[in-house]
Ligand binder design. Structure first.
Ligand SMILES: CC(C)(COP(=O)(O)OP(=O)(O)OC[C@H]1O[C@@H](n2cnc3c(N)ncnc32)[C@H](O)[C@@H]1OP(=O)(O)O)[C@@H](O)C(=O)NCCC(=O)NCCS
Length: 160
């Protein structure tokens, strides 16, 4: 593809960047949350985790646009991944996997030896993503989620 054609495709040449989320990013995070979850976190809840010492909250940008993020906490050598989402227009292009890989790298640097998360049993996209990235189901939490009520699967992966 020539340069002009790539630019015509929009963001093909825009630089991408992974970085820790800051307070100023919370509006953009909240917008993706609202498009992604039935029970989106509030800006206050997001802000608490971003500022928390044990929080590990990473975003990915294409140009100036935040297109995805992952939020979690480091505790006792384990990274608990609490939320991961990519903006709808950017899904199925590998960003979710890249974000997860990046997060696991950061978690390893923060001393984590494992990652754990919960996911709705009906969330086929996320289950497939996590299985592809080496997570295995290690438990089931009955009626863990609300609105709608649903069981959660606990998934775990060792970090090397
Ligand atoms: C789950 C989510 C983060 C995946 O992001 P993404 O950017 O589409 O991920 P990728 O493009 O890296 O996809 C990686 C793999 O995930 C799986 N996957 C992603 N979307 C899928 C879908 N709609 N159906 C089935 N599998 C899917 C596939 O295995 C895919 O690999 P493939 O494209 O080679 O088949 C995204 O769908 C999302 O934000 N969903 C809403 C929020 C959410 O449910 N987050 C998880 C909470 S635990």
């Amino acid at each position: 593809m020539g340069c002009a054609a790539a630019m015509a495709e929009g963001t093909a040449l825009a630089p991408t960047r992974f970085a820790l989320l800051q307070g100023e990013d919370l509006g953009a995070v909240r917008a993706i949350e609202q498009m992604s979850f039935a029970n989106p976190w509030s800006v206050e809840e997001l802000g608490w985790l971003v500022q928390e010492e044990e929080g590990l909250c990473l975003g990915v940008w294409v140009g100036d646009e935040l297109i995805g993020y992952g939020l979690g906490q480091v505790a006792e050598g384990c990274f608990h991944l609490a939320s991961l989402a990519t903006a709808p227009a950017w899904r199925r292009q590998g960003w979710g996997g890249r974000l997860l890989q990046e997060l696991l790298g950061w978690a390893g640097q923060r001393g984590c030896r494992a990652c754990r998360l919960e996911v709705r049993t009906s969330n086929r996209a996320a289950l497939s993503l996590y299985r592809n990235w080496g997570f295995r189901e290690v438990g089931r939490l009955e009626r863990f989620y609300t609105r709608p009520v649903e069981d959660g699967l606990v998934m775990h992966r060792e970090l090397s």
